[in-house]
Design a protein around this ligand. Sequence first.
Ligand SMILES: C=C(O[C@H]1C=CC=C(C(=O)O)[C@@H]1O)C(=O)O
Length: 392
Amino acid sequence: MPLGEAAPAPLFAFRSAEGTLIGLGQAAALPGGPAATLAARLDTFFRSAGPDAILAGAMPFDRAAKDDLRQAARVASALPPQPAPARSVRWSLRHEPDAAGYADAVRRALDILAAEAALSAPPGDALTKIVLSRSLLATADAPIDPVALLHRLAADPSVTTFLVPLPDGQAGPRQLAGATPELLLSKRADRVASHPLAGSARRHREPARDAAAAEALLRSGKDGREHAIAAEFVLDTLAPWCRTLARPQGVQLRGTASLWHLGTRIEGRLKDPGLSAALLASILHPTPAVCGLPRDRAAALIDRLEPRDRGFYGGAIGWCDGRGDGTWHVAIRCAELSGRQARLHAGAGIVPGSEPWKEVDETAAKYGAMLAALGIDLPEDRAGTAGPPGPP
Ligand SMILES: C=C(O[C@H]1C=CC=C(C(=O)O)[C@@H]1O)C(=O)O
């Protein structure tokens, strides 16, 4: 972990190949509330703040929980300088649940999906997908420097690196930092775009092996079904708001430094260009890329099968201005930071045909970018990739 002279952390930061948006100092905050009240709160805020004002922050996974959006005192377009590397840090790690516990939860989800399929519930009622996540609590022997972390995460140009403030926790200030590959919604005037991802494979250093992994992902029926559920949900949810909506390229591979994904770029023109990007993002989220289908039933099952509340993992992070323009990403490949602690999260879509230990391996791979940025060297067997325990 590159610790050094701590540069003051920005209020928020978003960095991608398209540009960098940094918020410095806090000018105001939107009163926190659930997704259902966001439209009214945005309206009140921008009525007095004006069209050029920017609100940025995070929406939690649970639509009924409070979001956290803030206005910076000023904005900049470059990250604060990278601190000099300092001494190496020692980490203690706790998996919640451990690999076997996660595989067990996947088995339980598969049993429920199978029972639902057998019941032949009315179309639209049966549970067809659920995304199950696990978390890893990493505790350092020194405070984590968010600016150093941002620089390390930004080494992968294919993702959007972010840092946003969260409501204070028991141990003081908290932030969410990450490197997400998934665009939830961007909006400029009447143009909207989304790029749902679902279906994953680990990448490999050796080019032939890497290409074979990508090819196998494109051919996988299980990953194709997992992806189609997410892409169709986004199309169906955006359709009533749009006068045109299309997926011009169909399903394509989307590569990050450590993973291949199946992705569908969706583009549309809004009926009402005045709609806020934040509002549209809140209507879309959580998509079946992080929750499941039907959404409410999947969310209730996640609550039962996961040991911890997800907080802001699986929610949305981004910004919007007073004209309604903005960009929101799915809050994945991230960690909640608080002092010396980072809680990493990783999830995987479960559909009939999923295999519990493969999902364990996939979630371990999804921790990869954040672990590397923190400087944590996690042996594969301790990330849960060694396969099921027991006699051969
Ligand atoms: C839920 C996560 O990833 C989602 C995004 C891309 C691929 C996914 C998958 O293949 O399961 C997930 O739906 C996560 O990284 O925690």
